[in-house]
Structures are given as C-alpha cells and as structure tokens.
Ligand binder design. Structure first.
Ligand code: ADP
Ligand code: ASP
Ligand code: MG
Length: 613
C-alpha cells in the first residue's frame, strides 16, 4: 500500500461543505489501504484578508509579525479538516509546521525549507491516522521556535517537500481547476488542459506567473524525483502529471538550498547581430524576426532593451554558419525599419560581432535563488571577463562573452559551482533536452506548451552604468543580499560615453513588492559607483511563452511578436532563453496580449473549463 501526500488549496477547503467533501475524498483513499499525509492551505481568501488586516494597522508590518499572523490561517483549516475526518470515523490528527518540525531558514515571509523531521508523522501513520499538516509554514530552528512562512502559494512547496522527505509514492495537488492548463482559465476562457508537462517547463511557467503551482514545489519535485500530479478537487479526472527526469542522488539536509547548479555548458559557435535605434512602435520585432523566420534561420537569444527617446535596440545571437544570412536580413531590413522616422535616419546601425561564446549554468530554481546568478556574475568578474548579454530562466543562466575568454570562464565557473570539468559538453546541449526526449510524444512536437502573464512585476532601469566587468555582479550581489530575485535583465546595446567612460543602461524586472526596496538599495549603490539614475515603472505586464521544444525551431519568436503587432501592442522589452520568450508590455495590454499569443500558437480549444469563485 502506498504512502501518498495530498494537498488541498484554499478554494478546495473554502467552506464547511467543501471541507466535508475533501474529508470524504481522503476517506476513500484511506479506506483503499493507503497511508495519507494531507497538507492544507488557509480557507478561501483567509490569507489575503489577514494581509489586509495587517496593512490596516501598519504600512510596513514587520516580517516576523506577518508570519505570526498569516500562519494562523492554516491552523484553522487543519483543525477543521481533522474534525471532519473524525466525524466520518477516520482517525486523524492535525499538526502545525512547528509540531512536525519543518525546519526552515530564518528569513521571515520567504523562508526555504532546510529539513523535515519525519518521526512524528511516521508514528501517527503507523497508528492508522491520517496526518493533516499546515501548509506554508515552518520553524526557524528547533531551539528558537520562530514561526516562518514560505512565501505566498507556499503550501504546494510544503506538500512536495513532505513527499520528498517521507519518500512518498506520489504527491497530489488538488485545486480548483482540472489541472495545468495552457494558460490561466480565469483570463483566457478557452485554455486547455495538458495531460502532462515536464518539470522544467512547469518551473518556468510557475515562475512567470502561472500560480497553479508554487515554483519551489516544482523545483523540489525535479530535484528529488517526486511523482507530482495536479488535479481537480471536484472530480476524479486524472489531471496533469509533472514529469521529472531521474534525479541525481541528493541529501534531504538543506533540502531547498543545496546544490542549485548541476551543470556548466558552453557554446563557442555563436555570433551576435545588433540593430541599434530602431523605431519604438508596434510591429518592429515582428517585421525583423518575421523576415528571419521566412529565411528559416534559427535564432538563439533575443533581447530588446528599454526604449530611449523613441528608439530601441534589438540584439540576437545565431550560430556562426548562418551569421552571413542573418546579417544580410538585418542589413536589408534596417532601412525599412527606419523609414517612418526621418530624424533617426543617420543614427540607426547594424553591428555584428563574431567570435562570441555563450556560457551557461544549468539547474533548477535560478530565479528564485538570486544568489546563484550573483555568484556566476561575480565569478566572471573575478576572472576579468566582461558580460555582453545575459539570459536568465529558472533552469539556466547564460552569459554571452568574448569567445577568447571561454576557457577561463569554464574553469572559473566549474570551480565556483563544484562541477567536474570532465562533464562539460563543448557544444551546447541544453540540459532540458533529456527531459524533452522522455516526453517525445508531447513536448518536442508542440514547441509552445503554455503562456503565462505576470501583472505583479515592475521594471527598473539604471542609466549610464560603466561598461566594464563586474557590473552585473554588483547589481545582482546587492539584490541577492536583500533576497530580491531578478527575472528579465537587459543591458542596452548602445554605448554612450559619459565623462570619457563608455556606459550602458541596464533594465530588469522584479516582483512589484520588491520594487521600492530594489530602487532604494540600488540608488544608494548608484551614488557610490557613479551609476546614473534608477527609475521604476510598475505599470507593466510580462507575457511569456514556455516550451522545451522551442530549441531549434525557427519562427517561434516571430509568431509571438506578430500576434502582438496585430493587436497594435508595443513591446517594451524582449528577453529569451532556450525554454521561454518573455515580452514586457504596458500593463493595460497584458490580458489582450496573453489572449492573442495563446490563440496564435493554436493553444485555444473548444472545451471550456469551469472556474469556481
Ligand atoms: P490553490 O488555492 O488550490 O493553491 P491557486 O489559486 O493557488 O489554487 O492556483 C490555482 C489557480 O491558478 C487557478 O484557479 C487558475 O486561475 C490559476 N492559474 C494560472 N495559470 C494557470 C494554468 N496555466 N493552469 C491552471 N491554472 C492556472
Ligand atoms: N495560504 C497561503 C497563501 O494564500 C499559502 C497557500 O495557499 O499556498 O499564500
Ligand atoms: Mg496555490
């Protein structure tokens, strides 16, 4: 008989009737002879209401007191669910995070799990009880007994971590939708259910705004090979399986913080094409990449930096054999792109850089752990290597550098991340391809698996940052010290000389809740380091497509940009990695952008998903 961890979200336990129906479902599984650990969230919108309550007393409540307050929500639901089970004649016991011994870091409101004491749970299971555990919460250490929480949506992470620690047969996440859909059905009514998805793709979707799973839950499932499924609380349908590759063995100590990087990769066969000063209007990226797609040229990274005045810079990388053709397309299209902007005529230019290399670290949870990218950049800085382009995703951080620096970059990164040099594959072999191959029947045939929208991001820009090694290291180092994660990061291609020093603008996105703190700490640093002004724009939306099968498929980016162009939506920033393409647009355009892109990739279907309130 199996040991199963089930997790029920807020809506699923949002009323007495729903708690009773969850209890009946649990009973059926218990009656079939399985051992059950059940993780629950706070009822309905309880956590939101507690947050509101706190803010009606203080604009900046202390993080410790927030944890004290928010952790009460789950304490209510575990007790009620245990009572409901007992009413049905099923022995059950509720336990808080403290009682279990879910030991976390001491970072209030965003703690990562260090380890889970399983003895108490195992004892109760042996005695035939269903163990009902409060999700989302832990304890800083068994001596200090400080209550911590894992971050909003963190009950998923509690459940998967428990499944890993207990060696459960599988972990089921029960929620208010039938499983993982191609996008949020509350925003796009014709989103379709997927029967399975790779954990790399899900990690990316979750991190880019699909809140159906907490990204860290997927990270743990991937790292420990937990069988994970997302299902509806209201039906017996199978839901969506999240597929993990066979994991490397790892300790259950430092569960969420150990070894974030499991590979270093290098691709030395790359070249960069940049178009400077293209007009800032809808349709430009679509025109450029549409032409590149028509030539069947495969583009690797694409970035478009923030607009300055009324022009943008767009840069992309290609493999050297197709450089000539890509360059020809860019050169042919540049005058066309300039045509509507007579004042810009002389300024626009195409720059080509041969002999560049893309060096990457691969793993899981890179965005969620800001210290990882910071260490990569600091390592390159110490080696005196300048970073020309950066691409970040949850599963990979890549830096474009001078090809002449390749060997030194690899040596330094292998040492910093304790990776054996023998394992380095000299030609890029994306780590996620192995996973894709396991999923031949799905991912590799459908390049774009899902579309996500994040309306809770802000864009920061730092002007006039001197163009020398160490900039990204400093920036990320400062933010990592404050546990602020950066997603999209772009340095302008244009170099401006200020007081004799070549400078670039740097733009990046962070969660809105972190924007003010990021601006404050960076403004302080800017004054010391002679960077320019730090500006924030919170009225943005980030829309992203995700799919492990995008690699080596020309035309995907063009299709996304074309969908936005047709809607006359202007793209403010573009950032890509092998597994995703993200565009920043005005916040008011977010849902329209999501809907258009979802339709453009043929993801919309005829089945309507019912979403409860
Ligand atoms: P729970 O309380 O069960 O944890 P959440 O509200 O955290 O539920 O997550 C479920 C919600 O996630 C759904 O109701 C849906 O609106 C939203 N969602 C966003 N993106 C997706 C997606 N790709 N697939 C399914 N649901 C999604
Ligand atoms: N109750 C917490 C929240 O609303 C945790 C969770 O539901 O996953 O964020
Ligand atoms: Mg949730």
């Amino acid at each position: 008989m199996a040991l199963i961890v089930q997790k029920y979200g807020g809506t699923s336990v949002g009323s007495v009737e729903r708690i009773q129906s969850v209890a009946a479902r649990i009973l059926r599984t218990a009656k079939a002879g399985h051992s059950l650990v059940v993780v629950v969230s706070a009822m309905g919108k309880t956590t939101d209401e507690l947050v509101k309550l706190a803010h009606s007393i203080s604009k900046t409540p202390s993080r410790r007191e927030m944890d004290m307050l928010l952790s009460t929500g789950e304490q209510v639901s575990i007790a009620l669910l245990s009572m409901a089970l007992q009413e049905l004649g099923q022995a059950a016991i509720s336990l808080t995070g403290t009682q279990v011994g879910i030991v976390t870091e001491a970072h209030h409101t965003r703690a990562r799990i260090l380890h889970i004491q399983t003895e108490r749970i195992s004892q109760h299971l042996q005695n035939g009880k269903v163990v009902v555990v409060a999700g989302f919460q832990g304890i800083s250490s068994t001596s200090e007994l400080e209550i911590t929480t894992l971050g909003r949506g963190g009950s998923d992470t509690s459940a998967v971590a428990l499944a890993a620690a207990l060696g459960a047969s599988y972990c089921e996440i029960y929620t208010d939708v039938p499983g993982i859909l191609t996008t949020d059905p509350r925003l796009v009514s014709d989103a379709q259910l997927m029967s399975e998805i790779t954990c790399d793709e899900m990690l990316e979707l979750a991190s880019l705004g699909a809140k159906v799973l907490h990204p860290r839950a997927v990270e743990i499932a991937r790292n420990y090979g937990v069988s994970l499924v997302v299902r509806s609380s209201w039906t017996d349908d199978p839901g969506t399986r999240v597929i993990s590759p066979t994991p490397q063995p790892r300790s259950l100590l430092n569960l969420e913080i150990a070894r974030p990087v499991d590979g270093v990769e290098i691709d030395t066969d790359q070249a960069k094409v940049a178009l400077l000063r293209v007009p800032d209007r809808p349709g430009v990226a679509a025109q450029l990449f549409g032409e590149i797609a028509r030539q069947n040229l495969d583009v690797d990274l694409i970035i478009q930096s923030i607009h300055e005045g009324n022009t943008n810079d767009i840069a992309f990388t290609v493999n050297t054999p197709v450089l000539k053709r890509a360059e020809a397309v860019a050169a042919a299209i540049a005058p066309v792109l300039r045509s509507g902007e007579p004042s810009q005529l002389e300024e626009a230019e195409v720059i080509v850089q041969r002999r560049i290399a893309k060096v990457s670290i691969a793993g899981a949870g890179m965005i969620g752990r800001p210290g990882v990218a910071a260490l990569m950049f600091a390592t390159l800085w110490t080696a005196g290597i300048n970073i020309q382009m950066i691409s970040t995703s949850e599963v990979k951080v890549s830096c474009v550098i001078d090809a002449a620096d390749s060997d030194r970059a690899i040596a330094a990164l292998c040492q910093a991340f304790e990776i054996s040099r023998d394992t380095i594959n000299p030609i890029s072999a994306p780590a996620h391809l192995a996973t894709t191959q396991e999923l031949k029947s799905t991912s590799s045939l459908i390049p774009v698996r899902g579309v996500a929208l994040d309306l809770n991001q802000a864009r920061l820009a730092i002007r006039y940052v001197p163009d020398r090694p160490g900039m990204a290291a400093r920036l990320f180092g400062i933010l990592a010290q404050h546990s602020i994660s950066v997603d999209t990061i772009i340095q302008s291609q244009r170099c401006r000389v200020v007081n004799g020093v070549p400078t670039r603008d740097i733009a990046f996105t962070v969660a809105q809740v972190d924007a003010n703190a990021a601006q404050a700490v960076l403004s302080q640093a800017a004054a010391e380091l002679e960077w320019g002004e730090v500006v924030v724009d919170s009225a943005i939306a980030k829309v992203s497509i995700v799919g492990a099968g995008m690699v080596g498929q020309p035309g995907i980016a063009a299709r996304m940009f074309e969908a936005l162009a047709q809607q006359r939506i202007n793209i403010q920033m573009i950032a890509t990695s092998e597994i995703k393409i993200s565009c920043v647009v005005a916040q008011e355009d977010g849902v329209r952008a999501l809907t258009a892109i979802h339709a453009a990739f043929g993801l919309a279907g005829s089945q309507k998903v019912q979403v409860p309130v």
